[in-house]
Design a protein around this ligand. Structure first.
Ligand code: NAI
Ligand code: MG
Length: 377
């Protein structure tokens, strides 16, 4: 993938600021997005930022009848270079007229990949943690998340019968596969800047394709074949990247048994969603795992976690996932140096281990952790 995905249509220069849309949305999104903003604002030598606050979410839907105002979409499309999304409180039951704004935003902005790094850091907070350095790349636009569902009555039993359609296209598989192989090469290049002893992943770059084509031979079959063809048709570029496959059920098993065996993992939407929340358990908490929604022209950072209604409003949400998501945004926009600084500052807080939020066994608040990150910057 291009490591520099600044919107081509929007001019940037050394003097004009980077305009970042902030969409905190619901629950702890309102606490962790401002935390990420504070860290971005305090970067020295970085780009100048201009932030624009935008509305979306279930609370906004309850107030106004719309979960994703048109203005949010047009501002992001026409004015912003990138964005950070917090989290949305989507109810588990159907609410007439409501549809998840994050799923819609990914579609509107054609953010076809959800990139989720899961990396271990040695910390007293998780003494038994395995070493891992994995990047889960989840297809972001299709699969069961196209939400083509319908309810019928079973003519045989007279009881309810629910159906869902699943879409897998060759085009989407090809671009997500290409991103996986490109990211494997990019990660290899970044690793080579470190001495071997300091690297967690010490092998050839590797792409693991996750599917269930032994059962779903048409849909998952197309995913598998198309991602494989990315390497097979471009051996000159990707010949040095090892390619392996794993059925999704045994993938879950292997990921918990030997998480150190994975480098880049590429999966259709639903499997990727489930795998990446699961992978968060390997590194201590959902509160530390970031993601970026990436398209060819736009990037939106987004912590993997949801709106955490159980802790919202208490000031104890872990801001690390959001801060790392902001760093991921910078990384994908080409500001690698500033991104690395942010990652290092967060890692230093984890390694120190004295200022942690309750999800990591600490007693500190969101603001305490942000202050600690700022000191390490
Ligand atoms: P969740 O991720 O909100 O919370 C799961 C557990 O992890 C909770 O115990 C929570 O307190 C904890 N947790 C999550 N983030 C944390 C943080 N930063 N610091 C400390 N602890 C943290 O998932 P859940 O409970 O399944 O969903 C709650 C709501 O979030 C639902 O309405 C769901 O639809 C929505 N959701 C939204 C997502 C998004 O906006 N992309 C993704 C996942 C869920
Ligand atoms: Mg999820």
């Amino acid at each position: 993938m291009a490591s520099n995905i600044i919107r081509r249509t929007l001019a940037t220069s050394a003097t004009s600021p980077l305009k970042i849309g902030l969409i905190p949305a619901d629950g702890i999104g309102k606490e962790v997005v401002p935390a990420a903003r504070r860290v971005l604002e305090s970067l020295s030598n970085g780009p100048k930022f201009e932030f624009v606050e935008l509305e979306a979410g279930f609370e906004h839907f309850q107030k106004t009848g719309t979960a994703l105002p048109k203005e949010t979409i047009t501002t992001l499309k026409n004015e912003c270079h990138g964005a950070i999304f917090g989290a949305v409180s989507s109810p588990s039951h159907k609410v007439e007229g409501y549809s998840s704004p994050i799923v819609a935003l990914r579609k509107h902005l054609d953010l076809y990949a959800n990139v989720r790094p899961v990396v271990s850091v040695k910390s007293p907070a998780f003494p038994n943690q395995r070493e891992l350095d994995m990047l889960i790349i989840r297809e972001n636009t299709e699969c069961l998340y196209i939400k083509q569902e319908r309810l019928e009555t079973d003519p045989k039993t007279g009881k309810k019968l629910a159906w869902a359609e699943r879409k897998i296209s060759e085009e989407a598989c090809h671009r997500i596969g290409t991103m996986a192989f490109n990211m494997a090469l990019t990660r290899q290049k970044l690793r080579e800047q470190k001495p071997l002893a300091e690297r967690i992943w010490k092998h050839n770059p590797r792409v693991t394709i996750v599917h269930k084509s032994n059962v779903l031979s048409v849909t998952d079959g197309l995913f598998r074949e198309t991602v494989r063809s990315v390497k097979e048709q471009n051996l000159e570029k990707y010949g040095g990247v090892d390619m392996e496959e794993q059925l999704v059920d045994s993938m879950v098993y292997r990921m918990f048994r030997e998480p150190e065996a994975f480098d880049v993992v590429v999966a259709p939407n639903l499997y990727g969603d489930i795998l990446s929340d699961g992978a968060a358990a390997l590194v201590g908490s959902l509160g530390v795992v970031p993601s970026a929604n990436v398209g060819d022209e736009f990037v939106m950072g987004e912590p993997v976690h949801g709106s955490a209604p159980d802790i919202a409003g208490k000031g104890i949400a872990n801001p690390i996932a959001a801060i790392r998501s902001a760093a991921l945004l910078l990384e994908h926009m080409g500001y690698t140096e500033q991104a690395l600084k942010m990652y290092d500052a967060v890692d230093a807080v984890l390694v120190d281990g004295s200022i942690l939020t309750p999800d990591l066994g600490g007693k500190s608040t969101t603001n305490d952790v942000v202050d600690a990150v700022l000191r390490h910057l």
